[in-house]
Design a protein around this ligand. Sequence first.
Ligand code: MN
Ligand code: MN
Length: 286
Amino acid sequence: MFSLRHFLSSFLLLALLTTACSEEEATPKSPVTPALEGHLTMGNPSGAVADVASPTNYLLSKPQYVLSYHRDKGIPNWVSWHLASSWLGSAARQDDFRADNTLPTGWYQVTAASYTSSGFDRGHNCPSADRTATEADNSATFLMINMLPQAPRNNQQTWASLEEYCRTLVGQGNELYIVMGQYGTGGIGSSGAKITLDNGRVTVPQRIWKVIVVLPEGANDASRVSANTRIIAVDTPNENNLNTAWGSYRTTVDSIEGATGYDLLSAVPASVQSVIEGRADVGPTQ
Ligand code: MN
Ligand code: MN
């Protein structure tokens, strides 16, 4: 079932961003923190803005997820999405990998074939299986703006089991706020090391990370994150010989912030951030 609330949130977010851009042209890089519950409820990690003057940190909002796109790398810096039971249903995997033709005029559109024979998977950020309420929701995850060149073993094993565990947490009565991103340059796929794909138009990241906020289902989500809230931060090498146990790559949010320069969970009070961002998760992994 399509969620009207999600649709309206995204629409209103877009409207707010449009208003902000037109009124604050002098400061196009100022962070946008929407007041609405949505994919950016926990914050906008890099202060991304929907402005063509910001091509390496360009805010792209879909009803199903929100991301910061890097035009010159051909991949997102990060993708953020809300995962709750309302997003999960029985829609089939659409498998319709394709370019996003909504990118600004003149920007290269990474295609379904850009990763072909590279030794790297078209790795979803927001997973297909997190968006099964409708076929349209599932299809949106196959836009190439939602992909990273991901070492096959990372994608199909380490990452897949972490994604599966996220949905297990939802099945246990939780809702999650998830941010996935990358940093660094160069990975090792099934055909060896590569820096870029598609004649240099797609950068292979060196590290792939995720930060997950786990809350019991409820309302006013940013304000009820507390020092006791479970936060799972993971930072993996984009290399095909990595460990398949995602739990072995747990780290702190502080560590990922240090590596990326982002401020994660910025909508959470600073006093709470200072506690939860310095603590690595030790909870169950399945
Ligand atoms: Mn995947
Ligand atoms: Mn932070």
